[in-house]
Design a protein. Structure first.
Length: 265
């Protein structure tokens, strides 16, 4: 009697979902952000070789800090807005304009650093005035673009794992504080410059710089923490509790630097 061999039952393998690929605009923004970060790092080396003051309106600090900050912010916004429920075409257009504006801002600041003149609030010559006004207008464009994303994040609940909607919303909310403090610095500096108080204009920005710096990167730090927590295997409730604590700590830091700014401005 012939026996038939039966093959062992096969277990179905779970289907692997392909990882989402970056769109061309996202690649462009991330590459631009990386180049801006690289520019900041290279100018840190220039500072180490050339020396000079770190503080003040004319120093290598500005191309270093602005290159790093704008580069990281551009990369962060490109990533974080993928969770914001906004039309694909509108998001692409806003990101491309944002990337171009970041290049203009860092480029103008870097140019003036190599020329050994202030980048902001400098009305000494026609060219310097043009650069200062270009940077001011670019700052206004940044405010508009990022405000659009911030409003969109609150109009519809952002996507993402547990904790990410909270991180995105509060990241953008705190980012608006950075934009407001930056606009206040420029506005007061321009008024002082126009009234003949050039040195006072440069000094007037110092009290708001800590508030501006702390609140600027919440849109990167909080979503990054939410992303890391989503990889821990913790329950959604545990992740939410940690995120509420993180938001509270970050808000406390912003309020503290804000109070110090008011007291010293």
């Amino acid at each position: 009697m012939r026996t038939t061999r039966t093959s062992p039952p096969t277990t179905a393998r779970p289907l692997m979902r392909p990882k989402p690929s970056l769109r061309p605009a996202e690649w462009l923004c991330c590459a631009t952000g990386a180049l801006l970060v690289l520019s900041g790092c290279l100018h840190l080396l220039v500072f180490a070789v050339d020396g000079g003051p770190w503080d003040g309106p004319v120093s290598w600090r500005k191309p270093v800090t602005f290159g790093l900050s704008f580069g990281l912010t551009l990369i962060a916004i490109t990533w974080v807005t993928s969770y914001v429920r906004v039309g694909a075409r509108l998001r692409t257009a806003l990101l491309v304009v944002f990337a171009a504006d970041c290049v203009v801002e860092v480029g103008g600041i870097t140019l003036q650093a190599w020329r050994r003149v202030p980048s902001h609030l400098d009305m000494e010559t026609g060219f310097d005035t043009a650069v200062s006004m270009m940077l001011a207008v670019g700052g206004g464009v940044l405010v508009v673009l990022l405000t659009v994303f911030a409003v969109a994040s609150f109009r519809s609940r952002p996507a993402g794992p547990a904790g990410m909607p909270l991180a995105v919303r509060f990241g953008f909310a705190i980012l608006l504080v950075a934009l407001a403090s930056g606009a206040a610095m420029i506005a007061r500096g321009v008024v002082l410059t126009r009234t003949g108080h050039q040195e006072a204009a440069y000094q007037s920005t110092a009290p708001l710089k800590p508030l501006h710096g702390v609140s600027l990167h919440a849109v990167l730090v909080l979503p990054a923490l939410a992303w890391l927590l989503s990889r821990t295997g913790w329950s959604d409730k545990a992740v939410q509790r940690v995120m509420y604590g993180a938001v509270g700590c970050y808000a406390t830091a912003v309020v503290t630097t804000g109070v110090l700014a008011v007291l010293t401005w």
